[in-house]
Ligand binder design. Structure first.
Ligand code: FE2
Length: 192
């Protein structure tokens, strides 16, 4: 099977995100899908050719986390956008955020604080699949820092390409715009 890039053009027109920024972002995402397929093909042929023990095979294997996570994280990200940014704080997720962080406000402070850390990567609100606990986590690039087996609920891209076209270096302003467009219904549906 091959992975197919999904269409997120429904997000064009979203308040606080220019069409240029979104279109460039979709193109970048499509590149991760292409490269994931390419890597999988290459690794499959190398397996058949008996090249599993080679340094080339090892380096391509290492690369898989970058390309695959680059693809999948963008899908989570685009899919948790396009909403009205309103969370029902008395709903299942709202209550769980309060339970695990003390208050919704403290959760938001922690998530936004994680998102404004220096560096390129992602901020993810995870649910621990073992205990159910909610955790905000920083991901370096696409593949470093993931919590094994945890479920990504809310995914925010903080690579510069996600905001620099519209916000320059003002990452906090971009995060504000991101929050106004969160589709909390989608986020809540990911909760176990
Ligand atoms: Fe991105």
């Amino acid at each position: 099977m091959t992975y197919k890039a999904k269409d997120y053009s429904n997000l064009i027109g979203m308040d606080g995100f220019s069409e240029t920024l979104l279109k460039n972002h979709f193109t970048l995402y499509q590149g991760y899908v292409t490269n994931t397929n390419k890597l999988m093909d290459l690794l499959a042929s190398m397996l058949k050719e008996g090249k599993v023990g080679t340094p080339e095979y090892a380096e391509l294997k290492r690369r898989m986390g970058f390309e695959f996570d680059g693809m999948r994280l963008h899908e989570y990200y685009f899919e948790n956008l396009g909403g009205k940014g309103v969370l029902d704080k008395s709903g299942k997720l709202g209550k769980k955020l309060t339970e695990d962080f003390g208050s919704y406000e403290d959760w938001e402070k922690d998530f936004k604080g994680t998102g404004t850390m220096r560096g390129i990567g992602w901020t993810i609100l995870y649910q621990d699949n073992v205990t159910g606990k909610l955790i905000n986590q920083w991901i370096n690039e696409h593949e470093t820092g993931h919590l094994a087996g945890c479920i990504p609920l809310l995914v925010m891209d903080v690579f510069e390409h996600a905001f620099i076209t519209d916000y320059g270096l003002k990452r906090a302003d971009y995060i504000g715009a991101f929050f106004k467009n969160i589709n909390w219904g989608v986020v809540e549906s990911r909760l176990k």
